[in-house]
Design a protein around this ligand. Structure first.
Ligand SMILES: Cc1cc2nc3c(=O)[nH]c(=O)nc-3n(C[C@H](O)[C@H](O)[C@H](O)COP(=O)(O)OP(=O)(O)OC[C@H]3O[C@@H](n4cnc5c(N)ncnc54)[C@H](O)[C@@H]3O)c2cc1C
Length: 433
């Protein structure tokens, strides 16, 4: 046991501090397995004061910290490989309901699905829709500004947050909120923490607004070789107003999940409305578009959504290199064609067609780096973003130099980091070297 481990144990007790290999293996890393974990210890705060005390302890001793939520991140943000102290928020998971404002007030370690189910039990919807929501934490969702399959209708996590409480590296607590829609009291500084990936502060409490649940829902399926035609038809304003999700997967993904591809793209569209009439007229419009749609019953829809959710897991099991890009919608089709021309068999793509977010998965033992570099080049030609929703973490820091348009942002981020965390204690390897 090192001196600092002994001090931690003495100060906080063995219930809250763990050092064993078993814990290191479980809490040391997220889904990105290329970085080998090597933490100092895992700390489990149970309250705001525990959290504050451990941050002050670390600050006094210049001990770096990595925040751990559900560890479903795909960029090594929650991975501790340099003797950082991991602070796991899993025991800070209380959830309360505010009936007056129809809000969920929760601690950051609460699991996303648990919070969603809790909102549902109060007749409301929290529309954060990720395939990882049974394990991710709401703190992690805020820290990565997670989006997902319903972005097209509901936006990303930040759209649903009314207030956050954040602990800074010096032990100070900030309460930041945007409860009033029209508010010009300077910049909205809560925004700083969406996508901050544990590097600017520890988000420990979140108040979520909730939405009315849609009364009517239909799911349709179509197959096509021409993604542009589909996109242009379904994203017309009369249909788009009912769309909550448009997901596609390509031929390779269809084969991977055991289907025989009839066309290049398998596309599932979910439509919702409060009015049955409105939904019916959207379905009629879709039927008129000659897209050969099939209306699914709820059992069929569930089977297809389950397959969609299995896809990233199967690809991860196969060791796929995951890229998470987004493009202007008018570039989508040509980008997908060009990607396929690079290597048709070893590139698997699926994603959120409605908002241009494509998950490219490369399974190519011999040509992986070459294919990644070519994908980045194509992305630049098409004015795309190299990280649509998964963030930067420790894994994608090369984008700051690869993509010149992010260099000013990087400069500002460095300034913010210096001012909020001058000793570089929080997530020292995220964003920066
Ligand atoms: C199968 C699968 C499907 C996925 N699908 C999607 C998807 O559709 N859309 C999407 O956006 N993402 C997706 N992801 C990525 C991931 O689930 C999200 O980024 C999620 O929001 C991470 O939450 P987490 O609690 O697991 O965070 P972690 O992985 O634990 O942490 C992520 C980052 O946030 C920091 N962090 C965590 N909690 C806090 C906190 N309370 N305060 C400050 N910093 C914190 C960590 O230090 C780390 O840098 C998917 C991942 C998997 C494995």
């Amino acid at each position: 046991m090192t001196e600092i481990q002994r001090m931690l144990l003495e100060e906080f007790g063995e219930q809250k501090v763990k050092f064993t290999e078993e814990y290191f293996e479980k809490y040391g890393t997220d889904w990105y397995k290329e970085i080998k974990p090597d933490p100092l210890a895992i700390f489990f705060p149970e309250s705001e004061s525990d959290l504050k005390n451990v941050v002050l302890f670390a600050n006094k001793r210049n001990q770096p910290i990595v925040i751990s939520g559900g560890r479903t991140g795909l960029c090594g943000g929650a991975t501790a490989a340099n003797k950082e102290l991991i602070v796991s928020l899993e025991k800070m998971n209380k959830i309360e309901w505010s009936d007056e404002k129809k809000q969920v007030v929760c601690e950051a370690g609460a699991i996303t699905d648990v919070v969603k189910d809790f909102a549902d039990s109060h007749g409301r919807l929290l529309p954060i829709s990720l395939a990882s929501s049974s394990s991710s934490s709401v703190g992690g969702n805020v820290a990565t500004n997670a989006a997902g399959s319903k972005f097209i209708r509901y936006g990303s996590t930040k759209e649903h947050v009314a207030c956050i409480k954040v602990l800074l590296a010096n032990g100070e607590v900030l309460k930041l909120q945007k409860e009033i829609a029209k508010d010009a009291t300077g910049p909205n500084l809560m925004e700083l923490f969406f996508g901050s990936e544990g590097s600017l502060g520890i988000i420990f409490e979140i108040v979520f607004n909730t939405c009315e649940k849609p009364k009517f829902l239909e799911t349709v399926l179509l197959r096509s070789d021409n993604i542009d035609a589909v996109k242009d038809h379904i994203l017309s304003p009369e249909i788009k107003k009912c769309i909550s999700s448009v997901e596609y997967w390509d031929e390779n993904c269809q084969t991977l999940i055991g289907d025989i591809p009839e066309k290049k793209y398998f596309i599932v569209i979910e439509l919702v409305s409060q009015l049955e009439k409105e939904l019916d007229s959207c379905l009629e419009l879709l039927a008129e578009k000659d897209l050969n749609i099939a209306l699914l019953n709820s059992k069929q829809a569930k089977e297809i959504w389950d397959k969609r959710e299995d896809l990233p897991v199967i690809l991860a099991d196969k060791g796929a290199y995951k890229m998470d890009v987004s493009l202007p919608l008018n570039q989508l089709s040509s980008f997908l064609d060009k990607i396929k021309n690079l290597e048709s068999k070893e590139i698997y793509s699926f994603g959120h067609l409605g908002d241009g977010n494509i998950h490219i998965n490369i399974i190519s033992p011999s040509k992986q780096s070459e294919l990644i570099a070519s994908t980045y080049e194509l992305l630049k030609e098409c004015d795309g973003s190299p990280s649509a929703e998964h963030g930067i973490g420790q894994r994608k820091k090369d984008i700051w130099t690869e993509f010149v348009e992010y260099q000013d942002k990087f400069k500002l981020l460095k300034t913010l980091k210096k001012s909020l965390d001058p000793k570089n204690l929080l997530a020292p390897k995220v964003f920066f070297d």
